[in-house]
Ligand binder design. Structure first.
Ligand code: NAD
Ligand code: WQD
Length: 341
């Protein structure tokens, strides 16, 4: 076992987790990944090693396995947990709510219980801008009201509240609730990136799969939104900026006094679907054929972050622009047209 106490990264083989492993290693931390591979491939960790020269610690397992967690925490004595593990497909959560409550809420509860028993009380949780529901105004500040429109979003709301209750009950807990806006892009090496199973739900992987010829055309969900060009506006954040946000949050968590903090991780910039298509065509040199169709159920017009609190508290801000996002997403897609398979 290494002399350095690792950072336990649940869901660390996944999209955001693998990029965060790179950022952790580059900052001198030792990630220890626990993942059941239900939505990822362990090849991502071999790629992390190719990028950094360091292979993250690896345990294949489920966060709902209390006995496994007890053993892992006792053996490795992590300094903190970065908790990415969970299910994240909004549409699927409407069809299979119990799977979402079991994995996300149940899994987190079991993880927190194991941490409590092991005397480990430092955790960074992956929350989401989805907890803001349909915001009354943009940009969105952390003190805006929260709501949920689907079981996935409700699972995030419930976990946020559980963490709040826990920290109140035992103020020794140090808890970061990070609300991600729309994570996109890939590591600039093209070695790791987003590898969705089946047809992508999200805009960016859909665009790159159209450009690479895996899908015929993009469907733009609605051209009549109350936005400048009529298409939906979001805050797309480069996944490496997001990863570095976790490192900043970890440093703050371990250095500052005990407590809980909640921060938006976004760029503060709104980008429409058509602006994204144009940026992608410009940087990739490939056409993205599209047609405007009906709005998608549950979508909102516009959502972007006020990122001021993260800047003030964590001394972190997103620095990669839209062209970098598109160029990096395209490099990953071209080098790995079938993902990790
Ligand atoms: P991902 O699916 O690529 O990563 C999640 C990882 O968790 C996967 O590797 C999966 O195999 C693993 N996992 C799931 N259930 C598990 C369990 N019970 N035990 C062990 N491992 C398990 O997704 P991602 O995009 O990297 O998202 C990471 C986290 O960030 C999730 O909690 C997600 O809800 C949250 N988030 C994601 C987005 C986004 O758009 N990608 C936005 C906001 C928040
Ligand atoms: C972005 C924009 C679509 C696909 C989702 C979750 C959210 C969070 C991030 C986890 C919207 C439009 C999309 C397509 C399109 N995940 N679009 N054609 O919906 O902002 O957020 O992922 O927490 O909870 O809801 O992201 O990438 O699906 O959509 O026109 O084929 O692109 O309508 O305006 P979204 P997205």
């Amino acid at each position: 076992m290494s002399m350095t106490q690792p950072i336990l990264v649940t869901g660390g083989a996944g999209y955001i987790g693998s990029h965060t492993c790179v950022a952790l290693i580059e900052a001198g931390y030792a990630p220890l990944v626990l993942d059941n591979l239900c939505n990822s491939s362990v090849e991502s960790l071999a790629r992390v090693q190719r990028i950094t020269g360091v292979r993250p610690g690896w345990i294949e397992g489920d966060i709902r396995d209390a006995a496994l967690l007890e053993q892992v925490l006792a053996e490795h004595r992590p300094r903190a947990v970065i908790h990415f593990a969970g299910l994240k497909a909004v549409g699927e959560s409407v069809q299979e709510p119990l799977a979402y409550y079991d994995n996300n809420v149940g899994g987190t509860t079991i993880l927190l219980q194991a941490m409590q028993r092991a005397g480990l009380r430092n955790i960074i949780f992956s929350s989401s801008a989805t907890v803001y529901g349909d915001p009354a105004t943009v940009p969105i500040r952390e003190d805006f009201p929260r709501s949920a429109t689907n079981p996935y979003g409700r699972s995030k709301l419930i976990i946020e509240d559980i963490l709040d209750d826990l920290q109140r009950a035992d103020p020794a807990w140090r808890i970061a609730r990070l609300r991600y806006f729309n994570p996109v892009g890939a590591h600039p090496s093209g070695l790791i990136g987003e590898d969705p199973r089946g047809i992508p739900n999200n805009l960016m992987p859909y665009i790159t799969q159209v450009a690479v010829g895996r899908l015929p055309a993009l469907q733009v969900f609605g051209g009549d939104w109350p936005t400048p060009d009529g298409t939906g506006v979001r805050d797309y954040i480069h996944v490496m900026d997001l990863a570095e946000g976790h490192v900043a949050a970890l440093a703050y968590l371990l250095e500052a006094g005990a407590g809980m903090f909640t921060v938006n991780l976004g760029t503060g910039q709104g980008v429409s679907v058509l602006q994204m298509v144009q940026a992608f065509e410009r940087t990739s040199g490939h056409q993205v054929p599209y047609r405007v169709v009906e709005r998608r159920a549950g979508d909102i017009a516009a959502c972007w972050a006020d990122p001021a609190r993260a800047r003030r508290l964590l001394h972190w801000q997103a620095r990669r622009d839209l062209d970098t996002i598109c160029a990096d997403a395209w490099r990953w897609q071209q080098a790995n047209p079938r993902g990790y398979a």
